[in-house]
Design a binder for this molecule. Structure first.
Ligand code: HEM
Length: 88
């Protein structure tokens, strides 16, 4: 567990924690459940600081709250759900 946590911005790590990891419909691949409905925004922000400091040597991400607002505005769970519905 390291790549998205080493990014200059927390957006991708936020998306993974909120939305999980889903292989394209019908494909094989890693699966992780999303935690957007299980964690409060404050918990997600705290989790990002913990993951960043525990699994990387980088300085803390600035602006995690702003990044979370960005990611929530562009929540791809809706697109994933849509894709799952239209797949054979
Ligand atoms: C609150 C609990 C969890 C947190 C905070 C979390 C966080 C993360 C993060 C940040 C990544 C991305 C790592 C990267 O960018 O390289 C990741 C990947 C992954 N997670 Fe989770 N995760 C959680 C729970 C779970 C659970 C319950 C499962 C499976 C049942 C799971 C399965 C995976 C898998 C398969 C990957 C992909 C690993 C890879 O790319 O090799 N995670 N997780």
């Amino acid at each position: 567990m390291s790549s998205s946590l080493g990014n200059p911005r927390p957006d991708n790590a936020l998306r993974i924690v909120r939305e999980g990891i889903h292989p394209v419909a019908g494909g094989a691949g890693a699966v992780m459940p999303g935690f957007a409905d299980a964690l409060t925004d404050a918990q997600v922000v705290a989790l990002m600081s913990y993951l960043r400091s525990t699994f990387t040597d980088h300085a803390p991400w600035p602006g995690v709250e702003e990044a979370l607002r960005r990611v929530k505005k562009d929540d791809s769970r809706q697109r994933n759900a849509q894709r799952a519905r239209v797949s054979p």
